[in-house]
Design a protein around this ligand. Structure first.
Ligand SMILES: CC(C)=CCC/C(C)=C/COP(=O)(O)OP(=O)(O)O
Ligand SMILES: C=C(C)CCOP(=O)(O)OP(=O)(O)O
Length: 294
């Protein structure tokens, strides 16, 4: 991995973890629920979504005291989605982020409820973000509702499940990926733009970047399911075919999926050519998204 990206990831990660932890510890709630929430939240993961929020601010040369709260908010929703995605009624997985899945440790009921609570607390984090005007809070909350709910991630998840054992068209598959995975990544980029006070033109370019990295992110996840290393991924691989999932490799072959990945990476990088930095973090993150092994 590129050295400046590694340093950026480490420094932002160190700052983010206490905010994630405190968002649960502060709650006056039953211990088992808090333990279940913290178990998945503190299990690691790449923290790509909060990093995107931070990278937009960094590349636009801005700072905002609400950066970590907004980044943590999206990470809470992402973590809830993984807990629910692993449930027996969904992908029925035993391993996530290198550890037994939440329901394997706490039972199904607690896993469902930990996910519910993480989702809800996410909105609280935006509500409490420091130095963020109320108008921006409302904008971010409404954007997050759209990205994570029925019109976004949840809608994509049901389309994905409903299309198991059927063959989708490429447009149909792109729609699933855009909603299931792309919407939350796009929210992260858009949230960084709101915090940075980006111009309309900058927001338009960042939106285009986000659309392409969102697709690239899920295509690489599909590719890793075919040829990745389970120890590095921290989750069981080679499960998509067994579940009759529609993926880019199943639709376009592995080679075809890799070409799509290159296409979306190229377009993402083009979209941020307006950034003045010689090595923008958003460009390094786009490289990482397509080269990652987990
Ligand atoms: C509302 C819910 C539950 C949404 C889940 C969204 C999501 C992106 C799941 C992981 O996708 P995946 O199954 O392709 O990834 P992985 O390989 O990590 O299981
Ligand atoms: C959206 C998908 C493909 C699920 C996994 O997301 P990540 O690959 O970001 O998972 P973590 O690093 O957060 O565990």
């Amino acid at each position: 991995m590129n050295d400046s990206l590694r340093r950026f990831m480490e420094s932002r990660g160190e700052d983010l973890v206490p905010v994630l932890e405190e968002s649960v510890r502060r709650l006056n709630a039953p211990t088992v629920l808090k333990e279940s929430m913290l178990y998945s939240l503190m299990a690691g993961g790449k923290r790509i979504r909060p990093l995107l929020v931070s990278a937009v601010l960094h590349d636009l040369g801005k700072v905002h005291p609400g950066e970590l709260h907004v980044g943590a908010a999206v990470e809470l929703i992402h973590t809830y989605s993984l807990i629910h995605d692993d449930l027996p009624s969904m992908d029925d997985d035993d391993l996530r982020r290198g550890k037994p899945t939440n329901h394997k440790v706490f039972g199904e009921a607690a896993a469902v409820l930990a996910g519910d609570a993480l989702l809800t607390e996410s909105f609280g984090l935006i509500g409490r973000a420091p130095a963020l005007p109320d108008g921006d809070k409302v904008t971010l909350i409404l954007d997050l509702v759209r990205a994570s709910g029925a019109e976004g991630m949840v809608g994509g998840q049901i389309l994905d499940i409903e299309s198991e054992d059927k063959t989708l068209s490429e447009e149909g598959l792109e729609q699933v990926h855009r909603l299931k995975t792309g919407a939350l990544l796009a929210f992260s980029v858009g949230a960084g733009a709101v915090l940075a006070g980006a111009t309309a033109q900058q927001q338009e370019n960042l939106k285009r970047y986000a659309r392409h990295i969102g697709l690239a992110f899920q295509i690489q996840d599909d590719i890793l399911d075919v040829e990745g290393d389970e120890a590095l991924a921290g989750k069981k691989l080679r499960t998509d075919a067994a579940h009759g999932k529609n993926t880019y490799p199943s639709l376009l072959t592995l080679e075809g999926a890799k070409q799509k990945l290159i296409h979306h990476h190229t377009e993402a990088v083009k979209a941020i050519s307006f950034l003045k930095e010689p090595e923008p973090m958003l460009g390094l993150l786009a490289d990482y998204i397509v080269e990652r092994s987990s």
